[in-house]
Design a binder for this molecule. Structure first.
Ligand code: F0G
Length: 352
C-alpha cells in the first residue's frame, strides 16, 4: 500500500478522470484494514476486519468522495462549494476547499453536530450556517441554494462523491485478495453503502474479484427510515452522524441490499454505545458512535444465530472517536483519580 498517493491517482482507471482533471490529494485512502483480536472471536467470527476510515485526513471516509468532487469542481472552474452535513461532510468540504482555494459554505443542523466536527469546520475557515432544523431540512435547503446561487453541491447527491467513496471497496478487495463475504456498514444518508456496492460490482466486472459481498447496513433505531419503509420526520439517535430521516440515496441503498442478498436493519442507541465502548476497550479502536453501528449490527446478527464460520467479514468504521468528545465523556464512565505528586501515596493507591 502506498499511503502517500491519494485515491484519485491510485484508482484513476476506475474513476471519472480525464486530462483536465487535477490529480489532487491530501493523502486520503489507503486506510488500515485491521483484524479483530477480541470481538470477532467472541461472536464466532474468526475473520473479522475493521476498515479504519477514521485514519483519513479529516478523520472520516468523506475525504475519499470529497477529493473527487473537489477535483471535478476545480476542473469545471467552480469557485464555491456548498453542503449540508451532520458534521463529517462539512469538515471534509471545508478542508479540501481551504487547500484548493475554494470558498466553502456548510449548512449544519443547529446544536446537533459533534463538537470536534464543528471545530474542524471552524479551523478550516468555512462559512458555517447553523440552521434551525434537522439534517433533512438542511439538505433540502442546500439543493435549492446550489441551483439558485450556482454553487457546486458537494453532498453525495453529487455523483463524484460516490465515485470517490467506492475506492474503499477496492482497497478492501486488494488487501484481502478477493471481496469479503460480508460488509457491515452504518447507513445515514445512504451514500456510502451505495458507493461500496458500486465499487464491488465494478471490480467484479473487471475480474479483480471473484464474488460479491452481502451488504449489511445498519441504521440507528430512532432514525431508521429504510427499515421502517417511510421517512422519519424527527429522527433521534445518539449517533448524530446518522441522525437522518429521509436519505438522499434511499433507492440505491435498497438496490445494494436486495442485489447483494443483504439486509438493512436497525440497532438501538444502547447497542451502539455498547459496541462503541467494546471497540475501544477490547480492540483499542476509538471510533465515533455512528461508526460503531456496524459492529453493533454484527453483534446483533450473531445473537440472532448468524454463523460466520469460514466467512470474511469487514465492519466499516467510518469516523474517528475524537470528533465526538461529549459522547465518550457521558458514556465511558471513567472517574479521574486526583492525586498529589507523592510516589508513596500513589503507590499505596495503585496497590489496593
Ligand atoms: N458514519 C459517519 C461517521 C458519517 O458521518 C456518516 C454520514 C455515515 C456513517 C453514514 O454514511 O450518509 O453515506 O449513509 N455523514 C454525513 C455527513 C451525512 O454529513 O457527514 P451515509
Amino acid at each position: 500500500m502506498n499511503g502517500t498517493i491519494g485515491v484519485i491517482e491510485r484508482y484513476k482507471e476506475f474513476l471519472p478522470v480525464n486530462a483536465r482533471t487535477p490529480m489532487i490529494s491530501m493523502g486520503e485512502g489507503s486506510t488500515p484494514l485491521v483484524k479483530s483480536t477480541n470481538i470477532g472471536p467472541s461472536v464466532g467470527c474468526d475473520n473479522l476486519y475493521f476498515k479504519l476510515e477514521g485514519c483519513n485526513p479529516t478523520g472520516s471516509f468523506k475525504d475519499r468522495g470529497m477529493v473527487m468532487a473537489i477535483a471535478k469542481a476545480l476542473e469545471g472552474g467552480r469557485k464555491r462549494v456548498i453542503c449540508a452535513s451532520t458534521g463529517n461532510t462539512s469538515a471534509s468540504a471545508a478542508a479540501y476547499s481551504a487547500r484548493y482555494n475554494l470558498q466553502a459554505f456548510v449548512v449544519v443542523p443547529s446544536g446537533e453536530i459533534a463538537l470536534g466536527k464543528l471545530a474542524q469546520a471552524m479551523a478550516y475557515g468555512a462559512r458555517i450556517l447553523a440552521v434551525d432544523g434537522n439534517f433533512d431540512d438542511a439538505l433540502k435547503m442546500v439543493r435549492d441554494l446550489s441551483t439558485e446561487l450556482s454553487i457546486e453541491l458537494v453532498n453525495s447527491l453529487n455523483p463524484y462523491r460516490l465515485e470517490g467513496q467506492k475506492t474503499a471497496s477496492f482497497e478492501i478487495s486488494d488487501a484481502l485478495g478477493d471481496a469479503p463475504d460480508m460488509i457491515c456498514i452504518p447507513v445515514g444518508n445512504a451514500g456510502n453503502i451505495s458507493a461500496y456496492w458500486k465499487g464491488f460490482n465494478e471490480y467484479r466486472i473487471d475480474e479483480q474479484i471473484s464474488k460479491l459481498p452481502r451488504m449489511m447496513g445498519f441504521q440507528a433505531a430512532g432514525a431508521a427510515p429504510i427499515v421502517k419503509g417511510e421517512p422519519i420526520h424527527e429522527p433521534q439517535t445518539i449517533a448524530s452522524a446518522i441522525r437522518i430521516g429521509n436519505p438522499a440515496s434511499w433507492d440505491k441503498a435498497v438496490a445494494a441490499r436486495d442485489e447483494s442478498e443483504g439486509d438493512i436493519d436497525a440497532v438501538t442507541d444502547a447497542e451502539i454505545i455498547e459496541a462503541y465502548i467494546r471497540l475501544a476497550r477490547d480492540e483499542g479502536i476509538f471510533c465515533e458512535p455512528a461508526s460503531a453501528a456496524s459492529v453493533a449490527g454484527l453483534i446483533k446478527l450473531a445473537a440472532q444465530g448468524q454463523q460466520f464460520e469460514e466467512m470474511k467479514v469487514v465492519c466499516i468504521l467510518t469516523g474517528m472517536g475524537l470528533k465526538d468528545p461529549t459522547t465518550v465523556e457521558n458514556h465511558a464512565l471513567v472517574e479521574l483519580e486526583y492525586v498529589e505528586p507523592d510516589v508513596d501515596q500513589v503507590a499505596a493507591l495503585l496497590s489496593k
